[in-house]
Structures are given as C-alpha cells and as structure tokens.
Design a protein around this ligand. Structure first.
Ligand code: FO1
Length: 305
C-alpha cells in the first residue's frame, strides 16, 4: 500500500500521476483538514473535496478546486439573501457540503463521510481525513488571528503573517487508522503541498512524527517550491513567516528529521549538495505537472526515491 500525505491542488495532481502507475486500490491519501471551516452552516472541507473531485475527474481544472462546469444559482441567491459571497461554492459543490453536514449531524465520523463521498463519486483511492476532530489552521496577522481560509481567500493573503497556529481548536487526535496505515505502508510519500498549512497539520498530530521516524519504509517528499517560488498558494509567505528560506532547501530543512529523500526540480539542481548536507538523498527531475504524462513521470520518480 502506498500512503500519500496530501493537501489540496498539488497533492491532487500528484495523485492523478500515481493512479496511472499503480492500481488505485493500493493508494491511500491522508488529507489535511486544517482548511475545514463552517460557512452557510455547512461543514466545508476544501482539501478533502479537491482530492476527491480531482480523482473523480470532476474538478474545475482552471481553478484546481470546485466542480467543472458547475452552476452558481444557489450562490447568487445566497447573495440576494445577505449570505457571505467571498468563498465561491457552485451548486454541485454545495451538494457535497450539504450531504457531509447532514451525515456528520447524524453522528457519522468525518472519515466515514469522506469514504462514503469518494465511493459515491467512483473514486478507488482510499481518502482518509487526517483527523476526525476539528483541527483548524489559524493565521496570526497584524489584523488579528483568523482561520486560514479567511486569510487566504477572503483577505487574499494580503496580511503580514506573524504566526501559524495548527489545531487551533484544541488537541486533535489522528484518525484511528492513520498510525496503522503508516506502519503498514510499503511507500510513504509527502505530496507537493504546502509544508506549513497542508502537510504540517498532519505531521503535528500526536504520534505521527514518531510513527514516521520509526517506520523502516523510505519516506520521500516532493518539493512544492520550484525555483524559489510556490506553483500555487501561499507557501512562500507562510514559509518566510516561520523562518524558512523559500526554496527547495527550505523544504529540506522542514522535513529533514522525517524524510529520506527529497525530489526537487531540475531548476533547483544547484541546491542538491546543500540538501544532501542535511543528510537527505536528493532526486533531481522535472517536477512541473503540466500534463498527464508529467504527473505519471513524477509519481514514478517518487516511488523509486
Ligand atoms: N480558493 C479561492 O481562492 N477562492 C475561492 O472562492 C475558493 C472556493 C473553494 C470552494 C471549495 C473548495 O473545495 C476550495 C475552494 N478554494 C477557493 C480553494 C481553497 O481555498 C484552497 O485551495 C485550499 O483550501 C488550499 O489547499
């Protein structure tokens, strides 16, 4: 079994590569829930939905989130009725949140809901939330402390980041099966997601780092930073705020005590020796997932790492 630590868009694209090179039934994605929040009275789970809808080939590929060709009738009426409009939710997207919220209210765990939704959408990869407890990521800025999505979407990541608070609602436990999945995995991959607010929340769960450090299985991470910049999302300001250089070397520093191999882009070839000096193996390749073949190639390289 191949266990992939996943955030949102970058991880979803990487998983689209992985399913081309190994049977999807052999893949388990453990997904960040730090972005989850309540809006319109609904339990929104951005990374779970991005991974699920991408693997279902339903995703809006322009945005990387939301459902392709979705309509916005409900959002328009929500606006007419005075509801917040800053987080764009299409009609089919809302159906996911309505059903998730209904099942959670009936007492289902988030894991059970995520598994039900991915099966309903025909996804063969197992999708496991990192925790069944609320584990919101808050960003501390000069304008105050706020949920990640308010910082990133509502306020367009304009605020200076002073700190990042993971699991800001209090102690969160890993999903019960997560530590077993780590122990049973034949490959453990950290997808090219934001190390601070996408992979970080998973690693911060009690027992996860220790489980990764004690498994004999090689742990391979793919750098989401190429040529000193993130392909998508706020990794740069968040890495800077946490005192890391915004580069593949910064990624290596964040993961140095956990991983065996870091896959970096050929643009970052010059960083190879400084990353090796941290005790890591380095694989240099084209990590830009510009098309299906590129995604499959990257997945193959990561599995060989
Ligand atoms: N990101 C935005 O920048 N603007 C949006 O309006 C937006 C809506 C949205 C709806 C559903 C969903 O699953 C994700 C959505 N995202 C939106 C993406 C999201 O903010 C981030 O990509 C993830 O939380 C980070 O991985």
């Amino acid at each position: 079994m191949i266990l992939v630590f996943a955030g949102g868009v970058g991880a979803a694209k990487f998983l689209e590569g992985l399913v081309q090179v190994v049977p999807p039934e052999e893949i388990v994605a453990v997904v960040n829930t730090g972005d989850d929040f309540v809006l319109h009275g609904l339990m929104i789970a951005p990374d779970l939905d991005i991974v699920t809808c991408t693997l279902a080939d339903l995703i809006d590929r322009e945005q990387g989130w939301g459902i392709a060709g979705d309509t916005t009738a409900c959002m328009e009426w929500l606006g007419k009725l005075g509801a917040p409009q800053w987080f764009k939710l299409g009609d089919r997207d809302l159906a996911l949140h309505i059903q998730r919220t209904a099942l959670l209210r009936e007492g289902w765990t988030l894991s059970h809901v995520a598994d039900h939704l991915r099966q309903a959408l025909g996804v063969k990869v197992r999708i496991v939330p990192m925790s069944n407890d609320p584990a919101p990521t808050h960003i501390v800025t000069a304008a105050g402390e706020m949920h990640f999505e308010r910082y990133f979407v509502e306020r367009r990541a304009q605020d200076d980041v002073q700190d990042v608070r993971l699991h800001a609602a209090g102690p969160a436990q890993p999903t019960p099966e997560l530590l077993d999945l780590i122990a049973q995995a034949d490959h453990i991959l950290l997808a090219p997601s934001n190390p601070i607010v996408s992979i970080g929340p998973i690693l911060a769960l009690p027992g996860v780092r220790r489980a990764l450090q004690t498994t004999a299985v090689p742990i391979v991470a793919i750098s989401p930073i190429v040529g000193g910049a993130a392909i998508k999302g706020p990794a740069a300001p968040l890495m800077r705020a946490m005192g890391y250089e915004v580069s593949a070397f910064g990624i290596a520093q964040i993961y140095a005590d956990l991983i065996d191999t870091l896959v970096i882009d050929q643009l970052d070839q010059a960083l190879m020796n400084s990353i090796k000096a941290l005790g890591l193996q380095v694989v240099v390749t084209d990590t830009i997932m510009r098309d299906s073949a590129a995604k499959a190639r990257l997945a193959t390289v990561a599995l060989q790492g």
